[in-house]
Design a protein around this ligand. Structure first.
Ligand code: IMP
Length: 499
């Protein structure tokens, strides 16, 4: 006979937090949102942590290299979508890794024998007016000089003028040494009144350019998530089919963390994928999605570094309608968090969990953290921003961004073409939709983080761990939901005409 779970499956909107005593030290500026993203042993420092508990979904409409840079700059991580060719995904990872927070890999260099016309053509193509001149024109060739728009007169100089006749030669350049930190580079830029500081190694080979104009940017992002080389942290989604080819390419491109992307992760395919990665690489790998204790423990025993929770709660998701599997996001999370805590108690190994999908209001994030999530993954939330890869369109009087599920035919088309036009997809698990355009990631994130920190102070917590320990959570009735919104008043600005 089937096993029955008679407790209803619950969602975030059915819960609220009850405030605890807010003491004087509970102020938003003291709240630290750092959180582990890969498993660690009691007493050890996690191998990888986020500065804010946010990750962007493994989706074509959400996580490309631009989103990854923007989110890492704010302290979170993107998992670049895997529903594209291995080469394209690895290329996106490479773009994130070469975007070294202030250290730019100069990819479009010229040689001394190129001409002014080449400089002008390159400027039109890239929009950059500073061109590094290397012996062979490659990004890491021997640096022989720099050309900026101050080195030539567009209207007077002959287009065939060779670069070596007007570039600023290496001997006249101020350069930074390999391994110098960003503050050191910035100090040099200020001291020597430079616009651009080339960083070269002991053999005069170019490594990076650091620009004066980026200086304010570095100060603006105190939470940026960097690796030991000062490159942004990049995550990537993989699947349980082509991992033997995809994972080596992603690791080679510099990915810092992987996640297996599947709606149902409680499978032997995922176990095999984890085993392959663990046997061959030293890179953390998350797995999922699961919605209960059994699924969580299976993936943990298989070696997962974090586990993703949630089936069917995603905004574009129709898995529950199509297949009848899933669980309310809150119920799933609560059970998995209990299993994680018990596992930690027993083994001393802490396995972070990620609540994936179904975040509609900002307070849902705080609830997810309070219920035991170490971080959340969001699709719809990020899809609304300038940085998402999709088109911004005008529908009626409103701007919208496109947003489609990974289980929709739109997302899966790449695979269909990839496999020679084979129609292997009989039904969809996701829809193709619009979401309201919401502006830049940074300004929205600031608002959301402000709300989370403020609620945490209400709960008497200045860290996620403290919130999880102290949180008091209550179920709400259907009628108290009505009480929760504005009610029994006439909202202004609804088109009523008056005097
Ligand atoms: P959202 O934050 O509510 O938009 O949910 C995003 C999550 O939905 C993703 O991280 C995936 O776990 C899930 N998801 C993405 N595409 C699909 C789909 O086509 N069907 C079902 N779930 C999806």
């Amino acid at each position: 006979m089937a096993k029955y779970y008679t407790e209803p499956s619950r969602t975030f909107s059915e819960f609220l937090l009850i405030p605890n005593l807010t003491e004087r030290e509970h102020t938003p500026d003291r709240v630290n949102l750092a959180t582990p993203i890969a498993k660690y042993k009691r007493g050890e420092t996690p191998k990888l942590s986020l500065h804010i508990p946010f990750s962007s979904a493994v989706m074509q409409a959400v996580s490309d290299h631009n989103m990854a840079v923007a989110l890492a700059r704010s302290g979170g991580v993107s998992f670049i979508f895997g529903s594209q060719s291995i080469e394209d995904q690895a290329d996106m990872v490479r773009k994130v890794k070469s975007f070294k927070a202030g250290f730019v890999v100069s990819r479009s260099n010229l040689t001394p024998d190129h001409t002014l016309a080449d400089v002008q053509a390159l400027k039109r193509q890239t929009g950059h007016s500073t061109v590094a001149i290397t012996d062979d024109g490659t990004p890491n060739g021997e640096l022989l000089g720099i050309v900026t728009s101050r080195d030539y007169r567009e209207s007077r100089d002959a287009p065939d003028k060779p670069i070596h006749s007007f570039m600023t030669p290496f001997a006249s350049l101020v350069c930074g040494r390999s391994g110098m930190t960003l503050p050191e580079a910035n100090d040099l830029i200020w001291e020597r009144k430079l616009n651009c500081l080339p960083i070269v190694d002991d053999n005069q080979h170019l490594e990076h350019l650091v620009f004066r104009k980026d200086y304010d940017g570095h100060k603006e992002y105190p939470l940026q998530l960097l690796d030991a080389n000062k490159s942004y942290i990049a995550g990537a989604g993989i699947n349980s089919r082509d991992y033997a080819e995809r994972v080596p390419a992603l690791v080679e491109a510099g990915a810092d963390i992987l996640v297996i992307d599947a709606s149902d992760g409680y499978s032997e395919w995922q176990r095999d994928t984890i085993a392959f990665v663990k046997a061959n690489f030293d890179i953390p790998i998350g797995a999922g999605n699961v919605v209960d204790r059994e699924g969580f423990l299976y993936l943990v025993e298989a070696g997962a570094d974090f586990v993703k929770v949630g089936i069917g709660g995603g905004s574009i998701c129709i898995t529950r309608e199509q297949k009848g599997i899933g669980r309310g996001q809150a119920s799933a999370l609560i059970e998995v968090a209990e299993a994680r805590d018990a596992y930690f108690e027993e083994t001393g190994v802490y396995v972070p969990i990620c609540s994936d999908g179904g975040i509609v209001h900002d307070y849902h994030i705080t609830l997810a953290l309070a219920m035991g999530a170490d971080f959340v993954m969001m699709g719809r939330y990020f899809a609304r921003f300038d940085e998402s890869p999709t088109r911004k369109l005008k529908v009626g009087n409103n701007f919208v961004k496109e947003f489609w599920g990974e289980g929709s035919n739109r997302a899966r088309n790449w695979q269909r073409y990839d496999s020679g036009g084979k129609e292997n997809l009989l039904f969809e698990e996701g829809v193709d939709s619009y979401v309201p355009y919401a502006g830049s990631l940074q300004e929205n994130l600031d608002k959301t983080l402000g709300k989370i920190k403020s609620t945490m102070c209400n709960c008497g917590a200045t860290s996620i761990e403290e919130l999880q320990r102290k949180a008091r959570i209550t179920l709400v009735s259907a009628t108290s939901l009505v009480e929760g919104g504005a009610h029994d008043v006439m909202i202004k600005d609804t088109g009523l005409s008056g005097e």
